[in-house]
Write a protein that binds this ligand. Sequence first.
Ligand SMILES: NC(=O)c1ccc[n+]([C@@H]2O[C@H](COP(=O)([O-])OP(=O)(O)OC[C@H]3O[C@@H](n4cnc5c(N)ncnc54)[C@H](O)[C@@H]3O)[C@@H](O)[C@H]2O)c1
Length: 161
Amino acid sequence: MALLDGKVAIITGGANGIGLAIAQKFAAEGAAPVIADLKTPAEENFFFVETNVTQPASLTNLVDQVVAKYGHIDVLVANAGITEHKGPVSQLDEENWNAVINVDLNGVVLTNKYVVAQMEKQGTPASVINTSSILGVVGAANSQAYSAAKAGVANFTRSQG
Ligand SMILES: NC(=O)c1ccc[n+]([C@@H]2O[C@H](COP(=O)([O-])OP(=O)(O)OC[C@H]3O[C@@H](n4cnc5c(N)ncnc54)[C@H](O)[C@@H]3O)[C@@H](O)[C@H]2O)c1
């Protein structure tokens, strides 16, 4: 028996990079990965739901589609993220600040809200993994939005009931 046999796992930002590697590893352990991303995945053998993690209606659609197909959600990996325009705070690109906070922090929080509501309804054990970064712990020179967002993700995750 594999570690994740029968588990349904949503991976946001799973179309490529770290998220896709997580999906591949989960599948190797018996899980059914669901890729939730703005972009079509680089690999076609996983169930894909086009999703924007900053949009509640898109997250509701994600949950509805996964429940319609599998009946339950056991794991969430809130991994979708974008990078930032780095620079001194006096030169802060406010539009980029808002975009990074919106995807990297607000997107994680909203994804948790809608997916965890479904997990609570099921009443069975479930897991949530939110992707932060070492920059969320130590920061980095001229990294304003990304370091702040990732620190927010870490403390948001620590603060669940
Ligand atoms: N690559 C690194 O060195 C590193 C280090 C620490 C943490 N991280 C974090 O790991 C995660 C994945 O990083 P990666 O390097 O694989 O990045 P990546 O750019 O390869 O993948 C990110 C994915 O997120 C998707 N995405 C972006 N905005 C979205 C939105 N609004 N809704 C849905 N999907 C959206 C993109 O389409 C993309 O497929 C990110 O949260 C990143 O901040 C990465």
